[in-house]
Design a protein around this ligand. Structure first.
Ligand code: NAD
Length: 447
């Protein structure tokens, strides 16, 4: 019976997974190289913002079922399964950087070398097909002196959680995918998941290691394609008076074959997954001598979409040189402090390049942005402060507190009230009557 699990990587996936495993009664270890980070986590402070995580972390520390450690050997010897949840960033050429995966696999190999008994290694990180059965297997074998399928087992189980809903998603996934090196490895992981989810066990799909790796890429590429698709439709809607992409998406989404989710037009996708995973799949396809035309278009449409927020601002107020632009929202999406590949960063760069003054506000992501821009931009303490004396506002991230703003909240404090709704949160018919207004995908009537 599985009593203990260890997880390498203490980012969104690793830390959330380990804490949730502990919540379900497993003895869970999160493993990091960073002593300070381990100390902070063991004091009950997550290194990033994620709803519900702090409360769960503190209760799992109290119950002594969770601990963050820098000692992988200790964690591996007190657990039967080690999940690899380290980062898989993009290389400058867009291909996947597997160096952290390699290092983590080598460390796991060393950690289980002297362990008596079988140990299961599970890759949770997003990796291109062939990685688990190749690089991971070879590295663990080389550094443990054991053979896969004999001294240790091997699985690939992609993670589908969403930042901002990571805890909820870990307990309520739509499906679990198990890629297995051999039947024994798959059986052990299957049993673990059945115990973790209990009566609410979702469908568990078992397949080859490489198919499991591909499921993750195909899923993310499909979701990213849905976003780029509706953003392209949004641009066509803008050119057509009286069409609103939100109404169009609603009309489409009731078709069960299409569905409502991921059909929200905006300033494009960002974050640590969609851009890097689509890039990695493109590079992988090219290596396999297939030209991925559709995948490239997903990124092309996305690349232009953030800058479109600035274009809409220029359409409203003319040249932005010397004008103050207020950005509401910086995180790549609501409920996270993550700004990796966020639309806000592209917009700030473009605005600074155009000679605009930039004021920003975000409920949680401001410290991350300050690390990048320092004194080049102004940081406001509230939406109202951010809007003060601004000549234009671009709503970049749809935090719920922004959805409550009324036209008067802008007209009272802005120097020249003009609003670009980059995430379709305001009613264009109401706002456009009170101030200069543009929104992604809204083809307004010529005035
Ligand atoms: P992250 O960048 O937030 O965290 C990775 C962590 O691994 C960092 O804390 C880093 O310090 C640590 N690390 C690096 N080398 C290590 C080592 N040798 N031993 C232990 N720790 C080490 O990454 P993340 O967002 O948690 O994503 C991890 C993986 O899961 C990636 O492959 C990602 O694509 C995938 N994924 C992410 C999400 C998401 O929403 N963030 C969702 C699904 C899948």
């Amino acid at each position: 019976m599985i009593k203990g699990v260890s997880v390498t990587g203490t980012g969104f996936v690793g830390l959330v997974s380990a804490v949730c495993f502990a919540e379900r009664g497993f003895k869970a270890y999160a493993v990091t190289h960073d002593e300070d980070k381990a100390k902070t986590i063991n004091q009950g402070e997550p290194p990033f913002y994620e709803p519900k995580l702090k409360r769960l972390l503190r209760s799992s520390l109290k119950s002594k079922l969770f601990r963050c450690t820098t000692d992988l050997k200790e964690a591996a010897s007190n657990s039967e399964i080690t999940f690899i949840a380290v980062g898989t960033p993009s290389r400058p050429d867009g291909d996947i950087d597997l160096s952290i995966i390699k290092r983590s696999s080598e460390e796991i190999g060393e950690a289980i070398a002297e362990k008596r008994g079988y140990h299961l290694v599970v890759v949770k990180s997003t990796v291109v097909p062939g990685t688990t059965g190749g690089l991971v297997k070879d590295s663990v074998e080389k550094h443990s002196g054991k053979k896969a399928g004999d001294g240790f087992g091997l699985c690939m189980s992609p993670e589908f959680l969403r930042e901002g809903k990571a805890v909820y998603d870990t307990f309520h996934t739509d499906r679990v995918v198990i890629g297995e090196y051999d039947r024994k490895s798959g059986d052990i992981l299957h049993k673990f998941y059945r115990r973790f989810y209990g009566k609410k066990t979702p469908p568990i799909l078992r397949m080859s290691l490489a198919s499991a790796e591909m499921v993750k890429y195909a899923s993310n590429a499909f979701l990213a394609a849905k976003i780029s698709f509706i953003n392209e439709i949004a641009r066509i809607c803008e050119a057509t008076a009286g069409v609103d992409v939100a109404e169009v998406a609603k009309g489409m989404g009731y078709d069960k074959r299409i569905g409502h989710l991921f059909l929200e037009a905006g300033l494009g996708f960002g974050g640590s997954c969609f851009p890097k995973d689509v890039r990695a799949l493109i590079a992988y396809a090219q290596r396999k001598r297939y030209p991925p035309l559709l995948l490239r278009s997903i990124l092309d449409v996305n690349e232009r979409q953030a800058f479109h927020g600035v274009e809409l601002a220029e359409q409203l107020v003319g040249s932005l040189k010397g004008k103050r632009v207020a950005l509401l929202g910086l995180a790549f999406k609501p409920e996270t402090s993550d700004i990796r590949e966020a639309a806000s960063l592209k917009i700030i760069d473009r605005l600074l390049g155009l000679g605009a003054e930039v004021a920003v506000y975000d409920p949680v992501a401001m410290p991350e942005v300050e690390k990048l821009y320092g004194k080049k931009i102004m940081y406001a303490g509230s939406p109202r402060d951010c809007l003060k004396k601004a000549d234009c506002c671009i709503l970049v991230t749809e935090w719920s507190e922004f959805k409550k703003l009324k036209p008067g909240d802008f007209t009272k404090v802005m120097r020249n009230p003009a609003v670009v709704d980059g995430r379709k949160v305001f009613n264009p018919n109401v706002f456009s009557k009170k101030l200069r207004f543009a929104a992604v995908g809204w083809g307004h009537q010529p005035s």
